[in-house]
Write a protein that binds this ligand. Structure first.
Ligand code: PLP
Length: 457
């Protein structure tokens, strides 16, 4: 398949939700028949956006196709974020649209308690096939944070089932991000996360240093020393280790050595501690392997997937585990895994996920991600020489420019919008993880904009 797959191009245009030109809207005069000045005033006054004060600047989007977002004023932006790792195939994809429409014609939702349906079964089969063999029991959740909660609950119920309820704490590494619910927050980085805000309310877990050995540096055995000390000293109270394998995302966009993960696996085995791999950001090819664990040929006991699972169409996540763990949970006091969201295994989301996985596995994602990686390495390299830049790193389709001082995220986002790209920095990180379908010319626009904006810092 070429980078400019013609079926994708024509299909995406044919499926554009609102093709009316600006200024012809019915009620308001703006695109989509909306008075955008009034709409934005409402947004500022009433709607919270992620991790932002009410009224923080936001840009109205009226459509998205392929790798482009269309703003209400008609400007088209090349998307560098994949809507936070999710839209790996680009937006408004005809295959995903078709899968969701077809399912919508049958049923949008039905409870999963006591009932089941084709989309969940099809998705379960794909997830079992896609992941390493021991992972074969699938819990379908409604978001990544919930997948992490479920993973932790699996680990706790497992040790209860084994008659070891004292094994209830978690060990993780600094610089992680695992979601916004309370158990997930307890294993997020204690400094950049919300530990201080919620001291006493967030469980106190154990933290080893951020894995110091970089992905492509020679392995440095001392990098695992503190982690090894912690797991040895606390094995009796540890249910599980949880971490983002190889690539840490929202906690710092940091890529560490595969040997670190192999050592973690060996230490978990040696000390009777479960290993939870949170692949919510890294899963489905983002790091250049289908799963980031594949870089180290490590199989976790519990695996969390999310974000790109539905190709960015709908919220859905999954927690997988082994037959052994599932059996112990099943023989425990409760006799079941004690979790079950209202919208568990939503059929529309499952249908989107099945279509997205099929699109991924039948296509040339590996070549596309490798191509993006090579181009990011080459085109972001000049940033390394800039005064404001402390590091440049690339892994798979993830490119990171780390600055010496924290950036003004809103001001920088505005400059990127002016440059025709959607890049949303945070802290000291200006980073991109474009849809895999981005062609080299669009990617060059993206990297040139980053280089220019960072050069002006
Ligand atoms: C985004 C993310 C989560 C949380 O997922 P939500 O769907 O936002 O709840 C958990 N872990 C990792 C690694 C993530 O990147």
């Amino acid at each position: 398949m070429s980078r400019t797959d013609p079926t994708f191009e024509t299909g995406s245009r044919a499926c554009t939700a609102d093709s009316r030109p600006a200024g012809t809207g019915a009620e308001g005069g703006g695109p989509g028949g909306r008075d955008w000045a009034r709409a934005m005033a409402f947004d500022h006054a009433h709607l919270w956006h992620p991790y932002a004060p009410l009224g923080a600047p936001v840009w109205p989007v009226v459509a998205a196709d392929g790798v482009r977002l269309t703003l209400a004023d008609g400007r088209r932006l090349i998307d560098g974020m994949s809507s936070w790792w999710a839209a790996i195939h680009g937006y408004n994809h005809p295959v995903l649209n078709q899968a969701v429409s077809a399912q919508l014609g049958r049923m949008a939702h039905v409870m999963f308690g006591g009932l089941t349906h084709g989309p969940a079964i099809d998705l379960g089969q794909r997830l079992v096939d896609l992941t390493p063999a021991p992972l074969e029991k699938v819990f379908l959740c409604d978001s990544g944070s919930v997948a992490v909660e479920v993973a932790i609950k699996m680990a706790l119920q497992y040790w209860q089932g084994r008659g070891r309820p004292g094994k209830h704490r978690l060990l993780t590494v600094r610089g992680g991000y695992h979601g916004d619910t309370f158990a997930a927050m307890s294993v997020c980085d204690p400094v950049t996360g919300m530990h201080r805000l919620f001291t006493g309310l967030v469980f106190k877990q154990l933290f080893a240093p951020r894995p110091a050995c970089r992905f492509d540096d020679p392995w440095e055995p001392s990098a695992i020393a503190e982690f090894a000390d912690l797991i040895m000293a606390h094995a009796d109270e540890l249910a599980a280790v949880i971490l983002e394998p190889i690539a840490q995302g929202a906690g710092g966009m940091w890529f560490y050595h595969p040997q670190y993960l192999r050592e973690v696996r060996a230490l978990c085995d040696a000390h009777g501690v479960l290993l939870i791999a949170d692949e919510i950001a890294t899963g489905f090819g983002r790091t250049g392997r289908l799963l980031a664990c594949d870089h180290a040929r490590v199989t976790p006991d519990i695996l969390c997937l999310g974000k790109a699972l539905t190709g960015g169409y709908m919220t859905l996540a999954a927690t997988l585990t082994t037959a052994d763990i599932a059996t112990v949970i099943g023989h425990g006091e409760a006799g079941a895994l004690m979790h079950g969201p209202t919208f568990m295994a939503n059929p529309l989301a499952c249908a989107a996920a099945v279509a997205s996985i099929d699109l991924l596995t039948s296509g040339d994602w590996q070549a596309r991600v490798d191509g993006i990686a090579r181009q990011l390495v080459c085109e972001l390299e000049p940033c390394r020489g800039l005064a404001a830049v402390s590091d440049v790193r690339v892994l798979g389709a993830i490119g990171v420019v780390e600055t010496r001082a924290a950036v003004d995220a809103s001001a920088l986002t505005a400059r990127f919008v002016d440059a025709g790209v959607w890049v949303r920095p945070f802290g000291r990180l200006v980073y991109v993880m474009p849809p895999y379908v981005m062609d080299p010319d669009d990617l060059s626009v993206l990297t040139a904009a980053i280089t220019r904006v960072v050069a002006d810092l």
